[in-house]
Write a protein that binds this ligand. Structure first.
Ligand code: CP
Length: 305
């Protein structure tokens, strides 16, 4: 791979290779195995044009775990505030000799625009409503740790599907691996067109009744209502009652069912405290550890190898 911009189109064997590498990196991400030196002498640029906690910090941590160095650029205090474009910014940063650019931006397709404008590898850390491919990797890696191979497992992804780059990347990854994905939400936030995401042996269906959608699932991934992308106007005052994962709802799930959320969480809207913090079912913080491992795998794949 020259860049890592999307899960869509990644062949199954390539995905499995990245997931195997991610799995091997988990003990390092946990601090239980020694760091590596594969990025020794390399500098990575983290260009975060949108807010982030998990993705930005885990890319930083991943670079440190591989022996490289990293710096961050955010709009505040940068010449973006003087009107410099994303691509001009990236070209200037590239000329500082960086080994790769990690980019998050609000423009769907923004990571591709930057990749077209520079020669160094570009990693998409989330571009608008398009994709968040390292999130897709870490979600699937967390589920594989739980269940092993995901063929014929059923995963419900619930909430603001329309605005979710996570839903797109994770659905592509799951269907490539043969899982059955149910995309669930109010009709204003989930469209039948998402069923075309199907890639590989799995399947993708759309549903608008959460209680029906939860029947027979192995995992549930809740999504944040993205108020910053105007999703608030598309939800009604009974959203929690209709689409929230409440303690009452999880009592009806089979004992093996686990709960994910990419974060940040809107507590009391899409997920209640007792569910998010459920020690038996919640894998939300485990996803964060897999995030470091997945980003190590992608960085090594693009740069060190
Ligand atoms: N999951 C995710 O992308 O979180 P951040 O926005 O905090 O990076």
């Amino acid at each position: 791979m020259a860049d890592f911009l999307k899960i869509a189109g990644i062949p199954r064997q390539e995905l499995i290779r990245l997931l195997d590498a991610t799995s091997k990196n988990v003990p390092i991400a946990e601090g239980k195995a020694p760091n590596r030196t594969s990025l020794n002498g390399r500098v990575i640029a983290n260009l975060f044009f949108e807010d982030s906690t998990r993705t930005r910090c885990s890319f930083e941590t991943a670079v440190h775990r591989l022996g490289g160095q990293v710096f961050n650029l955010t709009p505040s205090g940068s010449s973006l505030n003087k009107g410099e474009t994303l691509v001009d910014t990236a070209r200037n940063i590239e000329c500082m000799g960086v080994a790769a650019i990690v980019v998050r931006c609000a423009i769907s397709g923004g990571a591709q625009m930057i990749a077209d404008g520079v020669k160094c590898p570009v990693i998409n850390a989330g571009d608008g409503r398009h994709e968040h491919p390292t999130q897709g990797l870490l979600d699937v890696s967390t589920l594989i740790e739980e269940f092993g191979p995901l063929e014929d497992r059923t995963i419900a992804i619930v909430g603001d599907i329309t605005n979710s780059r996570v839903a797109r990347s994770t659905t592509h990854a799951l269907s490539t691996l043969g899982a059955h994905v149910r995309l669930v939400g109010p009709p204003t936030l989930v469209s039948k067109s998402f069923e075309r995401i199907t890639q590989g042996p799995g399947s993708v269906s759309t549903m608008t009744n959460l209680d029906t959608a939860l029947e027979g699932v192995d995992a549930v991934m809740m999504l944040r209502v993205q108020f910053e992308r105007a999703a608030g106007g598309a939800i009604s005052s009974d959203y929690r009652q209709m689409f929230g994962l409440t303690p009452e709802r999880i009592t009806r799930l089979a004992p093996h069912v686990v709960i994910l959320h990419p974060g940040p969480i809107n507590r009391g809207i899409e997920i209640d405290d007792r569910v998010a913090d459920d020690p038996k079912r919640s894998r939300i913080l485990r996803q964060v550890t897999h995030g470091v491992a997945a980003r190590m795998a992608v960085l090594e794949d693009l740069i060190a190898n």
